[in-house]
Write a protein that binds this ligand. Structure first.
Ligand SMILES: NC(=O)c1ccc[n+]([C@@H]2O[C@H](COP(=O)([O-])OP(=O)(O)OC[C@H]3O[C@@H](n4cnc5c(N)ncnc54)[C@H](OP(=O)(O)O)[C@@H]3O)[C@@H](O)[C@H]2O)c1
Length: 325
């Protein structure tokens, strides 16, 4: 099989296209998938650099989200047969033309969805749904401030928040990104780089802030976001693109009865798998009804994986990037 291998920790230059032996036949409860498309995401940047919470030693084949066709099934597999179209989650190995995946980590591609869209659907939309609906307890009529809104989990959050009745303020760094956020349904899209608190206060008027902040950035963005929350507001901590973890000013929490809430998709898929499965089922139904759909701005051939990772680092992607072929 063809595979893109991370040969040492570093930047995109450590990736090389290699010919590797095919995976062994799928074991009990596993499928073998001929991969047609895989997502490239910020997590891959961190993993190549050896900075992700899961730190495999090189050489390894990166990539954790993909979609393709089932070419073999192991003993005990009940939900899929050869020829089915699936989207599969793997710990590693999606940047290849074949991969084995556990049946429990596979779902049928929703009706009307391409392999490219299916490859990037579950990770981003499940994160957004779990964050907003389960950790954030979003209610119809509430206001949500979404940071990194033109990114993979940001666009997904705009779609989920709007579908469940929120008013959305999106933040993004360029006109093009803000335009994309509005197109995806955001009610307002603002530049956040020179401060955003006054703009949020102006937009929310008498509410005096938003009910939920969705924050994959942290650092100063987290600090300023605490001051954008209305009484009883919740801030969802999803990542630290801005440079590292923050220390909340606990006096703000006390005065306005605010909550700081950690969100990790693995929190639900690993610790409450039955809830994770129910979420995925609902999200697939909503996708099949055309209510949720990933936005893909960049497509690269598998051998262009380094360029794809560089585009993520350069913040050039709006929505998601995929490797095809
Ligand atoms: N907690 C979870 O379960 C979970 C799940 C998935 C992902 N994540 C994390 O969430 C974060 C976002 O993931 P994603 O896939 O949406 O990433 P992405 O597609 O690369 O988008 C990130 C967005 O953040 C903004 N940004 C601000 N500062 C940045 C910086 N220093 N470097 C890069 N981007 C920066 C960029 O928008 P502007 O140009 O508009 O600023 C960019 O569009 C990552 O840290 C990822 O690890 C967490």
């Amino acid at each position: 099989m063809k595979a893109v291998v991370c040969e040492a920790f570093g930047g995109p230059e450590v990736l090389a296209l290699r010919e590797l032996p095919d995976p062994p036949p799928p074991g009990p409860g596993e499928l073998q998938v001929r991969i047609a498309a895989r997502g490239v995401q910020y997590v891959d940047v961190l993993m190549l650099a050896g900075k992700y919470q899961f730190r495999p030693d090189p050489p390894f084949v990166p990539g954790n989200e993909a979609a393709g066709e089932v070419v073999a099934v192991g003993d005990g597999v009940t939900r899929f047969k050869i020829g089915d179209k699936v989207m599969n989650r793997v710990r590693l190995g999606a940047f290849a033309t074949l991969a084995n995946a556990k049946e429990v980590d596979c779902d049928a591609v929703p009706a009307g969805m391409s392999f490219e869209e299916a490859a990037v659907f579950r990770g981003a939309h499940h994160t957004a749904y779990h964050a907003l609906m389960q950790r954030g307890r979003l209610k119809p009529g509430e206001w949500v401030l979404i940071h990194g809104a033109a990114g993979g989990i940001g666009i997904a959050a705009i779609q989920v928040a709007k579908l469940f009745g929120a008013t959305v303020i999106a933040t993004a760094s360029t006109d093009e990104k803000r335009g994309a956020c509005l197109k995806e349904g955001a009610d307002y899209a603002i530049d956040y780089r020179d401060g955003f608190r006054d703009k949020v206060k102006e937009l929310t008027g008498a509410r005096d802030g938003v009910d939920i902040v969705y924050d994959p950035i942290g650092a100063q963005v987290f600090d300023e976001s605490l001051r954008c929350l209305a009484f009883g507001g919740r801030i969802l901590v999803l990542g630290f693109l801005g440079g590292g973890p923050s220390t909340p000013r606990t006096n703000y929490l006390l005065i306005k009865c605010l909550e700081v809430i950690g969100v990790r998709l693995g929190g639900v898929t690993e610790h409450a798998p039955e809830i994770g499965r129910a979420n995925t089922k609902l999200l697939c139904e909503l996708a099949a009804q055309g209510k949720l759909r990933p936005r893909i701005s960049h497509r690269f051939a598998l051998e262009e994986a380094a360029a794809a990772v560089q585009a993520v680092i350069d913040r050039a992607i709006i929505g998601k990037a995929v490797l095809i072929g």
